[in-house]
Design a protein around this ligand. Structure first.
Ligand SMILES: O=P(O)(O)OC[C@@H](O)[C@@H](O)c1c[nH]c2ccccc12
Length: 274
């Protein structure tokens, strides 16, 4: 069994347990259910946006502990001040050290910034959780879903007012699962089955993603030059975790990257042709 299969197997029992503890009806009573979600699509494509989706990630199966000491509220607030267009908060506990409380805390600290619930979504119940915990956007990973699941989960997410980021890492996943009920398409440079990371994956797939979707490049990003190259290839969103989280002050690391981007292209915005 590869790591992705292990995670998904664990996730099924976790979801069953959670559902036994909190009913769907109880989740729907949460005050967040009345909140109108923010649009990540808009935030990422706005004229003055950096396009950066800054991730809060304590550990990962490929890297082990990345940062066990920084606080989620302080870090995510710092990310936003430093120029993040959107936040990503891991809620998977066993493999990534995230919790629902992390998402709730990030939401409370950042009322005006869209937040992605970063988890392995396999069941409609998790969409209700995402909504209750204050997410604006959910991730669907093509490598662990059938095309039917992608389309039914994305339709349900839309019914809840949540946007959908569909993650793929090869042509086959893209062609198999892309449907017009997703909003953003993320190309994961890291193969979740082998952990091999290469930005060539994003470069290869860019043209295959129709312009109606916001293109997001994910994982292994750390320098301005690579981001500018990916931007020229058509990417508007940049999902970055480790490069920030492995430093003692993730928000300062993001600020440094934004300064580099601006230095290399003084007019670094999404609406400028480079
Ligand atoms: O920390 P990185 O290499 O910057 O990557 C961030 C993000 O892309 C990565 O955490 C990720 C992408 N897709 C996922 C799916 C599940 C868990 C994590 C991920």
């Amino acid at each position: 069994m590869n790591i992705l299969e292990q995670i998904v197997q664990h996730k099924r029992s976790e979801v069953a347990q959670r559902r036994a503890g909190t009913s769907a009806r109880e989740l729907e009573q949460h005050p967040s259910f009345k909140r109108t979600p923010l649009s990540a699509r808009q935030a990422i494509t706005a004229a003055d946006s950096t396009g950066i989706i800054a991730e809060f990630k304590r550990k990962s199966p490929s890297k082990g502990i990345i940062n066990a000491s920084v606080s989620v509220a302080e870090t995510t607030k710092g990310y936003v001040q430093a120029g993040a267009a959107c936040l990503s908060v891991l809620t998977d506990e066993p493999y990534f050290g995230g919790t629902p409380d992390d998402l709730l805390a990030a939401r409370q600290a950042n009322p005006a910034t869209p937040i992605l619930r970063k988890d392995f979504i396999i069941d409609p119940y998790q969409l209700l959780e995402a909504k209750a915990w204050g997410a604006d956007l959910i991730l669907l990973i093509a490598a662990c879903l059938s095309p039917e699941e992608v389309s039914s989960l994305s339709r349900l997410a839309h019914d809840l007012g949540l946007e959908v980021l569909l993650e793929v890492h090869d042509e086959d996943e893209l062609d198999r699962t892309l449907t017009d009920t997703v909003d953003l398409v993320g190309v994961n440079n890291r193969n979740l089955k082998t952990f091999v990371t290469s930005v060539d994956t994003s470069l290869r797939l860019a043209e295959r993603i129709p312009d109606t979707f916001v293109r997001v490049t994910e994982s292994g990003l750390q320098d301005a030059a690579t981001m500018l190259m990916l931007r020229e290839a058509g990417y508007q969103g940049f999902l970055i975790g480790e490069a920030f989280m492995r430093t003692p002050s993730p928000a300062d690391a993001l600020a440094g990257l934004v300064a580099d981007l601006r230095r290399q292209t003084p007019s670094f915005t999404n609406n400028h042709t480079l």
